[in-house]
Write a protein that binds this ligand. Structure first.
Ligand code: BDR
Ligand code: CA
Length: 317
């Protein structure tokens, strides 16, 4: 049976792994990319918007609306991830400048109008801090009726990367994540416990490099830059390609195994601000309020991601 494509909006902070998530969404007939919005995070939001436009230009997808969102969190200081993704937020190979402009609308307005216009309920994929989604549900709660779910990369069942206990996206705006949790929207979390199973090992990068089109070379070089950051900051031998796990779960629901759990994020802790609390063993006896990604089928994931990049690269060469 043919399924109609799932309408999605990607709210991101591109970013090397966000870039791969966008390529996967553009390539896959299983999802229909309605729009792309940006948030501060891996870099300043203006750089993230430029990167989103450059990535979509590279993917030959210049008709998807792109809109810029939050330049900082709901509360507190702005954390940026340039120490991982470089000055531009997408350092490494030279890629073309954008062939189209961002929308004049702010991100929240674009997301709202795309949700309102969609005949089918929309999946919001968040691969950066949760600020835009929190503002959307706070200011326009009426759109929630046409949102199927929020699936986000962030947090972890244990341990962090930006701090010893907190993952970067949840550290960058914990209040926003807690507000989205409290909104009651169906929520799926893809945290570090899952994405650290999605390492771009040398054989993966070699397969990108062996593709006979520029997109494959660019992806390999992106992995090279991202990989050297992961090596110098965290002593990882290969970089975890976090963000595409969200899109992969939508394209092929068998790629990730999930577990229901109570989810919260630490807002107060002296050391642990931004840490996600994932009660997989139901120690608090609270009702589950999220699905937590627990196991990745690594070979299915890379087959999907590499196959999609290759297909797109053949089409755009
Ligand atoms: C997350 O932070 C960023 O570096 C990545 O793009 C990903 O969304 C991983 O902690
Ligand atoms: Ca990201």
């Amino acid at each position: 049976m043919m399924h109609s494509p799932l309408p999605i909006i990607i709210d991101c902070d591109p970013g090397h792994d966000d870039a791969i998530a966008l390529l996967l969404a553009v390539a896959s007939p299983r999802v229909e990319l309605l729009g792309v919005t940006t948030c501060f995070g891996n870099c300043a939001v203006e750089d993230g918007t430029r990167n989103a436009l450059r990535i979509l230009t590279l993917a030959g997808e210049t008709s998807v609306p792109v809109a810029q969102g939050a330049s900082g969190p709901l509360m507190g200081a702005t954390a940026l991830g340039n120490y991982v993704h470089g000055t531009s937020g997408l350092d490494g190979p030279d890629i073309p400048e954008p062939a189209f402009l961002a929308s004049e609308l702010p991100a929240v307005q674009l997301i709202k109008s795309l949700i309102e216009r969609s005949h089918e309920s929309v999946t919001l994929v968040v691969t950066g801090p949760m600020t835009n989604a929190a503002e959307l549900f706070r200011d326009h709660p009426e759109v929630m009726g046409n949102v199927r779910e929020v699936i986000f990369m962030g947090g972890s069942t244990s341990g962090g990367n930006h701090t010893p206990s907190a993952e970067f996206n949840t550290y960058a705006d914990p209040e926003a994540l807690q507000q989205v949790i409290d909104s009651g929207i169906p929520l799926r979390m893809v945290g570090l416990n899952l994405t650290h199973q999605a390492l771009a090992t040398p054989d993966v990068v070699e397969q990108m490099r062996a593709m006979n089109h520029p997109l494959g070379q660019i992806c390999a070089e992106w992995m090279g830059f991202f990989g050297s950051s992961y090596e110098s900051v965290w002593s990882f031998e290969s970089p975890p390609v976090h963000d595409p796990c969200t899109v992969a779960a939508l394209v092929d629901p068998t790629v990730i195994q999930w577990q229901s759990s109570f989810l919260a994020v630490e807002l107060e802790g002296k050391w642990s601000r931004g840490e996600t609390i994932v009660d997989l063993h139901n120690r608090y006896s609270f009702a589950a309020n999220a699905q937590i990604a627990v196991t990745l089928d690594r070979s299915a994931y890379w087959n999907l991601v590499l196959g999609s990049i290759d297909q797109l690269g053949q089409k755009t060469r």
